[in-house]
Design a protein around this ligand. Structure first.
Ligand code: PEP
Length: 251
């Protein structure tokens, strides 16, 4: 059975001081009242090491928001997967629509990053999703198929178990426009069926497929009531501790 994941993507927000303050507050609450979901925080690179110390043995896990596909070398300004695991990361968000759109990352590069992450023991949170224009022109399933098949090129059946797929329709990210639960169910079922074709039904059933796009305390209950939604990736609403706590204690 797929695990339930609640992951916070802080994007380019919070200084290390602000990140530590949030982390201490989160840790205190979780210590007193454990949650059943796996809680993951993806801070900016500058806070990873400090939060690695804060979260040690806390049951809260760290993710990076990006990484370079090479293991090391002359890549000024870049960070490798090995550096991230050494700093305490368990996961790495890859294929986020902001990386695709703003930084021009395509499926082949994302695939290289996924392979590199797996090689150094990082679990990819692999984001896919269509734009509004793609949805409206009827290209949504073709786009999702390309992103999944090309992004997972050469990923083995053993390694697919280490990947979380995040369905993030681009039109729902940071817009306040959450996708309707029916739309999410349809996309998640499509993704799981495709994963079944690629890896077999048993392997596909164990993969967590999470949803991202304007998740808030107000809509988390209805999202998590859907059988095909195995968790959420939260941007804006994860920045405030109170709001993030309402999301993780959705039950
Ligand atoms: C995201 O960027 O992954 C995201 C889901 O953002 P938001 O929750 O702000 O839509």
């Amino acid at each position: 059975m797929a695990d339930t994941i609640v992951a916070a993507n802080w994007k380019m927000h919070k200084t290390t001081g602000q990140a530590i303050e949030f982390a201490c507050g989160l840790k205190d609450v979780l210590f007193k009242k454990p949650v059943s979901a796996t809680v993951v925080i993806a801070p900016p690179f500058t806070s990873i090491e400090a939060l690695g110390v804060e979260f040690k043995d806390s049951g809260i896990f760290l993710a990076a928001q990006n990484m370079h596909e090479a293991s090391h070398g002359a890549y000024t300004g870049e960070i490798s997967g090995k550096m991230l695991t050494a700093a305490g990361c368990r996961y790495c968000i890859l294929g986020h629509s902001e990386r695709r759109r703003i930084f021009g990352e395509g499926n082949a590069l994302i695939n290289a990053k996924i392979i590199a992450a797996l090689t150094c023991g990082l679990m990819p949170i692999f984001c896919i999703g269509e734009t509004l224009a793609e949805r409206e022109s009827g290209a949504m399933f073709t786009v999702l198929t390309g992103q999944l098949k090309e992004g997972l090129n050469k990923v083995t059946v053993d390694d697919i178990q280490k990947i979380i797929v995040a369905y993030e329709p681009v039109w729902a990210i940071g817009t306040g426009k959450t996708a309707a639960t029916g739309q999410i169910q349809e996309a998640h079922l499509f993704i799981r069926n495709l994963l079944s074709e690629m890896y077999g039904t048993t392997a596909a059933a164990a993969i967590s497929i999470i949803y991202g796009g304007s998740v808030t305390p107000a809509n988390i209950g209805s999202l998590m009531a859907e059988k095909e939604i195995n968790g959420v990736l939260v941007g804006s609403a994860s920045l405030d501790l109170g709001s993030f706590l309402e999301i993780i204690y959705f039950q």
